[in-house]
Design a protein around this ligand. Structure first.
Ligand code: ASP
Length: 326
């Protein structure tokens, strides 16, 4: 008896944080456009890696998100981008970090995946590799928006005044390490985290995942977060699952949380439960906040966040749904 052809599935996210009401429509429509682009690839029998690249490219081009043009600025006012793409069928991965002159870092990641014996390039070397393989180099200023210059200015004013970004706990007088962790977590919950990502399953049964980010606001130049690190903010393996995360990168990295979650699926946990467990673990172990999308090789998927909202979308042959919380 022949095995049934897998049904295509695409899940995307556009960041997890307290998305304000006046940003909601832009987030939902950005996620929807990404899904339409990605699912069009899957519907015509295309590969999951192409669907993920297409979906992430749309969100990198959309200034709503912290990816590509419109990303957060470094402390010295530049855009520095990180992205990873992983093909769970071929077990190939390509990543770039700290690139400043590429409009679509996910496409550079694809070039690394396809055309290099290496897996990960950073900075000028990544830009040169992408350029040598056909990508145009742009001025960094083309990626910088006035909105972000203003946002950076405000972050620096808060920093100079000795204020953490907005605190909500009412624990300001308590200086214990435990309280510091709790405060940091609450702060992170309300800071913008608009990293983008996608996971896909194609009719050939192959999984892929991609994540792209401008990182965190006011980051020190050269800082790399979880998003583009294999097994942290992104991972895909047909033998386990495909995953993309967003949120406060440092705790996610320390827990290698993407790999942690897909390994649970490989061990028999349903993706839906694995995502919820991952968010609980992130918070209970390190006070971390974020969001996760996860897709198994049988098409079952999970989405979870421990922030007030997450921009998400799920496309199958039956429906295309988007939302801002679960
Ligand atoms: N995880 C990203 C980073 O730490 C930020 C985000 O998800 O918004 O670079």
């Amino acid at each position: 008896m022949r095995a049934a052809t897998p049904k295509p599935v695409l899940v995307v996210h556009g960041g997890a944080w307290a998305i304000p009401d006046d940003y909601a429509a832009a987030h939902e429509s950005g996620v929807r456009k990404a899904m339409e682009a990605g699912f069009a690839v899957l519907s015509r029998g295309g590969a999951s890696i192409d669907a993920v690249e297409a979906a992430v490219t749309v969100m990198e081009d959309d200034p709503t998100f912290d990816a590509g043009r419109g990303s957060f600025l470094t402390s010295d006012g530049r855009v520095q981008l990180d992205a990873l793409l992983m093909d769970g069928g071929r077990m190939k991965a390509g990543g770039v970090a700290c690139v400043e002159r590429l409009r679509n870092p996910i496409q550079a990641a694809r070039l690394v995946l396809e055309k290099s014996p290496h897996v990960y390039f950073v900075g000028a070397g990544a830009e040169e590799f992408a350029h040598a393989n056909g990508m145009p180099l742009i001025e960094n200023s083309e990626l910088v928006l006035d909105r972000e210059r203003e946002r950076l200015k405000q972050a620096k004013q808060r920093e100079a005044a000795g204020l953490a970004d907005d605190t909500f706990s009412g624990l300001e007088d308590d200086k214990s390490p435990e309280t510091a962790v709790a405060r940091a977590a609450e702060t992170a919950e309300f800071q913008s985290h608009d990293t983008v990502g996608a996971v896909a399953l194609d009719i050939h049964g192959n999984l892929a995942a991609g994540t792209s980010t401008g990182g965190t606001l006011n980051k020190t130049p050269g800082r790399v977060g979880d998003s583009s690190l294999i097994g942290c903010g992104c991972y895909a393996d047909n033998l386990s699952a495909a995953v993309s995360l967003t949120g406060w990168g440092e705790p996610i990295m320390k827990l290698v949380l993407g790999k942690w979650a897909v390994d649970r699926v490989a061990a028999g946990t349903a993706p839906d439960l694995a995502t919820r467990e991952a968010m609980s673990y992130l918070f209970s172990r390190l006070g971390g906040r974020g969001g996760i999308i996860l897709l198994g090789p049988d098409g079952r998927f999970g989405l979870a966040h421990n922030t007030p909202a997450m921009a998400w979308g799920v496309a199958t042959e039956k429906s295309m749904e988007t939302g801002l919380s679960l």
